[in-house]
Design a protein around this ligand. Sequence first.
Ligand code: HDD
Length: 690
Amino acid sequence: MIGDGRTDKDRQLDDVRVDYRDTALTTDQGIRVDDTDNSLRPGERGPTLMEDFHFREKITHFDHERIPERVVHARGAAAHGYFEPYDDSLAAFTRAEFLTSPRTRTPVFVRFSTVAGSRGSADTVRDVRGFAVKFYTQQGNFDLVGNNMPVFFIQDGIKFPDFVHAVKPEPHNEIPQASSAHDTLWDFVQLQPETTHMMMWLMSDRALPRSYRMMQGFGVHTFRLVDAEGRGTFVKFHWKPKLGIHSLVWDETQKIAGKDPDFNRRDLWEAIETGNFPEWELGVQLVAEEDEHAFDFDLLDATKIIPEELVPVRPVGRLVLDRNPDNFFAETEQVAFHIGNVVPGIDFTNDPLLQGRLFSYLDTQLIRLGGPNFTQIPINRPLADVRNHHRDGYHQMTIPRGQASYHPNTTGGGCPAVGGPGAYTHFQERVDGHKIRKRSGSFADHYSQATLFWNSMSAWEKEHIVAAFRFELGKVVQTHIREGVVRNLNNVDHDLAALVAAGIGVAAPPAPAVPNHGRTSPALSQAHAPVQSAATRKVAVLVADGADAGQVEAVRAAITTMGAICDVLAPRGGAVRGEGGEAVPVTHALDTMASVLYDAVLVPGGQESARTLSVNGQAVHYVAEAFTHGKAVGALGAGSLLLEAARIGPGPHPGVVVGTTGDIDDFVEAFGTAVAAHRHPERAVDSVPA
Ligand code: HDD
């Protein structure tokens, strides 16, 4: 960190940032161009000449603009920021300075992503979200390449191509895009019971985050912290969002995918642009080496969590994202994460999934970014010095001087010198065994933690999970696949299997031999992790001509004061006429911003406005849809006419706030509380069409 509030990485990037304002157009060779709209030709109607170097260069560069998208996690959005530890308490466990030096702000670049969809797919599909953090530490780059779910689909990296082939669009017709609801994925799932725990997470609302800013992150694997004496401690990394963990509802996500496919990307961008910097707390679960076998699951098995009730999450520091990239391709697309990028004080374990990843990430960057010098691309360059004997390759950006490109040497004075203080030394784990292809018996229980997850859900979370299984399996054509999945679910919980079976036309299986163990882990439920804050929530205020301008202004001011964003929507853009003839400015026309793009809707008074809206199908649908999606709905005075038109009965309904004109302050307070609660999933919505 440097004095002006910018990070060292930001300053490093200054060297390559280019601003084209007040400049003249040139070729790539720096030659000024006289005309870029007409190719060179003999006569006005003649063919283009080969010698038109500007034309050839322009078209050639364009022809080569694309690089392969990531084979998974192709769709993403990223931002710059920093990480700072709270204190030096981890110094007893690790020599990693960025985790233990409270005065150090380490620059980071964080990329969020979906997994299955291609680069142009929609943000709000049902999927795992990637949460990849590159720390540019003074000791070199550390990449924590995690997800928003703490477990994974498979236990061994060698299964990754099989899993990804199954979840990606089917090979014969490339359908469906960015969706797990198809035969091949569920066929894989029914045949690989190790997927069961992760499928429970995937069918939960965790797969539908309201915002990247409102989801947890996990390093997933058990890693190792290593202290100055070389002693190890097992560690799991957790990111907890300051704004709480919140999700969309399924119907909403599908509609958003059409109305605004960039929903999560836009949300991240706008939050940072408006100074609402997203923030997470880093936490660690620590397990002593001698406790490696103290659990009824294997720490090396990435399909398992360490329940927080067994090992609490210890807060370590905070991550803040405060700067959007300047250029999507140069930064977000070219950033190359690699789970093998570790710094002294952090090491791996023998988790076979982790071990597989150690090969894959470096390998994939070679094809994606075109050769071994991708580490010199500005977004990938460490802040720490890079000095070694790697040479040549496509696009070498440095000019190594001197004769020595080998070790040992005398021609370069023996440099770069090997070892010394600060050098990375691997944890000296004793490993001894026969070469075999065999999964450990300690990896064999695929159901207990899936049951733990199910048991820990609130009633509405369970309903959403059942609905998700029914939807996904309802899209599966082959009956034996549906049956196979239900058989697996029966080992998780008999009621769950029966509920799913009933929705997809499959016979419910008999009660399983091993009944539900009944244990819970409250920390797994989103319902148990509420953060009551309306900050950065989007509220739509619906008006038409004749709106009560005073009320509109009062609610706008109150919503803004609570840190939420208030948009005034009307049947037309520009402004509407207030009750007293004054102009009420309109942020958007109704037809440009659907209700699914907001967290809450409010209808102020004004008889004429409310009457107009209550016979406007779009406005009626707007309120009904927000209601069925469990959002805060408010009406002041005559505004409740619109609620009636939307067939929202007299209630009371959770999260529906109706006020008379006399009590604006009370109304706004109650409405603010309803917005801060995020959604009201306990609301009965079945009778309202939307
Ligand atoms: Fe992976 C990308 C997360 C298992 C192979 N992975 C990728 C990204 C994230 C993860 C967040 C996107 C990084 C970015 O934004 O550029 N992957 C995970 C997690 C896993 C996991 C949390 C399990 C715990 N991955 C995994 C396995 C393999 C890979 C088992 C292969 C053996 N992952 C890749 C990859 C990708 C990738 C092919 C594609 C693009 C890239 O690496 O840069 O190497």
